[in-house]
Design a protein around this ligand. Structure first.
Ligand code: ZN
Ligand code: ZN
Length: 216
């Protein structure tokens, strides 16, 4: 019954399970909270693994853009999952192939290593993204806890100094979200928050000083 609804549905499946009740999407389907707090799953209308993955990716991307609540759940899951997966990989690969990195490696070194060793990063929710899903999740959570909004003082100061966001090349307007490039540099390069997230898709280095994005 519900499978048929999704098949015919031209719009998003929010009519079937309201966005607020969605707890997550995975390769099996949409998990949501229904009657009496029980968890239900609407399975994807296909048996093909490839198509299931496409459905998952499609809805995940829409929800990441549209739902703060879903984004928070997804970010937390990435962080928790990565901790376990990292331990696992460190166990299986690092100690065997690179014992020094296994003991001392930072996240970025680990990330580069996993690339050169051709470890399937899809299991971490990373596709072609040079910044790890873990760092993006940490960055988003960090911003949620310490949101930075352009106020009148900042707007005036950046305008006087001719400072712009070096990613989109626009000035900082009142009430826009901004953030400092996450890293160890004392330079504190500012960009729009959304521009940094966009930058993470293609590049993990600061557009101004090429410092790699990191959280200590
Ligand atoms: Zn910008
Ligand atoms: Zn910089």
């Amino acid at each position: 019954m519900e499978r048929d609804k999704i098949k015919k549905c031209q719009k998003l499946p929010f009519q079937i399970c309201p966005i607020l009740n969605i707890r997550g999407v995975n390769q099996e389907g949409i998990y949501y909270i229904g009657d009496r707090g029980r968890e239900y799953c609407i399975k994807w209308p296909t048996d093909s693994l490839w198509k299931k993955k496409e459905f998952q990716k499609w809805l995940h991307e829409i929800l990441i853009r549209t739902s703060d609540r879903y984004r928070n759940i997804a970010d937390r899951e990435v962080l928790e999952k990565l901790t376990r997966e990292e331990e696992d990989i460190s166990e299986k690969l690092f100690k065997k192939r690179n014992p020094i990195l296994a003991r001392t490696g930072t996240l970025l070194q680990w990330f580069r290593f996993s690339r050169t060793m051709n470890i399937d990063l899809e299991i971490f929710g990373i596709n072609d993204c040079p910044v790890s899903a873990r760092l993006i999740a940490t960055f988003r959570l960090h911003y949620t806890r310490n949101p930075k909004i352009v106020d009148e003082t900042m707007q005036r100061m950046t305008a006087e100094n001719g400072e712009i966001c070096a990613i989109c090349l626009y000035k900082f307007d009142l009430n826009e979200r901004y953030e400092i490039w996450p890293g160890t540099s004392t330079a504190q390069h500012l960009f729009h928050y959304d521009c940094i997230l966009e930058q993470f898709r293609t590049d993990f280095k600061c557009p101004l000083c090429r410092e790699p994005a990191s959280f200590i």
